[in-house]
Design a protein around this ligand. Sequence first.
Ligand code: SAM
Length: 256
Amino acid sequence: MLSVFSVVIPKKKWGQNFLRNRAAAEKIVAAIEPRPGEMIVEIGPGEGVLTEKLMTLGAEVMAIEIDPDLAETLRHRFGDIVLNADALATPLPARPFRAVGNLPYNVGTPIVRRVIADPNFRRAVFMLQKEVADRLVARPGDEQYGFLTLYRQLFASARILMTLEPGSFHPRPKVRSAVVVLDADRKPYASDEIIDLISAAFRMRRKKLVNNLTNFGSREEILEVLTRAGIDPNARAEELPLDAFVRIADHLRRLA
Ligand code: SAM
């Protein structure tokens, strides 16, 4: 008899690199630790290697799979918990949830951004390209430190659970992967205003901060804002921690 693995032809456009490392699957699912009343949202269940383990945790599961062929096969195994939908557009639960997934590489970053900014998000255990995981956990001055690091800090803490080589997947991806655990830690000042500021600050990475912020005021005004915020006028965004951007946002608001 054919196994479920042998009949699935992976589709590149949906980033289908299926996990074939059982120990890693166990470790990912063990890291979710759902609390009573929390839902589990699985993103991109694929062949169901994580789904079958999630079903044993005792929490309500919702699995969102974009590929109609995979979704149909999964529905035969797991029932109505499987939605054939795009995880970037499907409403997230209206009650506390934990998210999990071996994310498709092409949409990994927007999925992380969407999930952690949701008010009902509690924890996510996500497999990502190692390079994206490094950006999530980077520190000021690191090469990977940037917009995604600071965006993540607005909503969550982050740690790397493990890294995986391409041989853990079928077909083998070109890059290494890492599993990141993100725990909700929403800052009271998280807002579109500060996200816009951080985004502008990193627009031209090698430029001085003042030169990236000229949409917010004249050069003189921005230099004044930086001085009042206690920031070196020659600083680059990549050297500054989140609280420096919070102070800049405060002083920019006073300009308006
Ligand atoms: N979880 C499975 C595993 O570990 O073997 C599959 C992982 S595979 C890297 C990514 C899965 O996400 C694929 O099944 C793919 O079809 C699905 N996918 C891709 N884009 C998606 C999207 N926007 N929304 C939901 N699922 C998506």
